[in-house]
Write a protein that binds this ligand. Sequence first.
Ligand SMILES: Cc1ncc(COP(=O)(O)O)c(C=O)c1O
Length: 372
Amino acid sequence: MQQQSRRHLLRNLAALGGASMVVSPRELLAFTPPRDLNDPTNGMVRLSSNENPYSPSEKMKQAMLDTHADLCRYPNAKFGDLAELIAEREGVAPENVVVTSGSREGLNATGLVYGMNGGEILTCLPTYRALLTYAEKFGAYINVVPLDKELQFNLPELQKRINANTKLVFVCNPNNPTGRLLDATKLQAFVRKASERTMVFVDEVYFDYIEEAGYPSMSSLVLEGHNVIISRTFSKVYGLAGMRVGFLMARADIAARLRERLMSGTNIMALNLAKASLEDNEFKSFSLDKNKEGKKMIYASLDKLGMKYLPSHTNFVFFKTGAPIEEVQNKFKDEGIYVGRPFPPFMDWCRISTGKVEEVAKFTGALEKIFS
Ligand SMILES: Cc1ncc(COP(=O)(O)O)c(C=O)c1O
């Protein structure tokens, strides 16, 4: 089956306009960012990790101070408080919510539960790989379908490939690194049908940035009772990446199974700040406005240079440079800017996160210097 899936991948990649290099599924999963991309203290402009570049508001500072008195307590009771607030906002029940240490812990726990002992996980690449790479360490087999010609998750092909060994289908919407958003009706239909045969995971970490008014979360399918797990985070628009707090939504029995298998859960500061951030509408609108402003500047600069890019529903933009990504990374590094990692097979594309307006201006200046 592995060989068959590899042949299929190679055939599809050959037909794919944007892909400049053909690599195996193994290589698609293998890239690890160099260490210094993760060092926030070296004065570089960090447009590589899709963070919210703005620190949380003064209101949040107060919430931090207010937590001081609770630091000597175990956080157990606070998980329920946050789950209740999330449930109320998302229109699900508290037992449908699993609070996690960043959404990453939810991805890992899911990868472990469904991937261990040779479970097959079906997905498209490139996408966010945490669940896949973690599951692989416990023996999962990752069955890879390339993105379609529009660089979207190929839902019809995923549907076709579901087989008796498929334990989970992973869909990221909007997808990282493309920033593309699936048609909601098509995704809902896919989840309903696929979940009759396997578990479906929809990563909605960038949900808040979606620029299509009224776009629905797949969480309504949780209430319909389907085999579906949704992930969200406080790391992006709420500006709490360093705190590590996120959540999953799933049917109560699925949620309980995952909750029992978390490694650490999160801490009392993260729980209190996540709660406070849900009330801080001013910071959320500020972050969304600044993100739109940053993306507009990036689009304008790419348009000026005639460079191809994908309009994005996230806080980053994926664009085609036509040059090997490692070279492009080094050129931007020389200009004091970290850009995103390689996303095979798109080895001549680059992912740039929206930083503060002045950071984006530095990026567009460097882009024009390097590519004009
Ligand atoms: C699609 C996607 N999912 C999940 C995550 C993990 O985010 P966190 O663990 O901070 O919630 C990221 C991080 O960038 C991401 O891009």
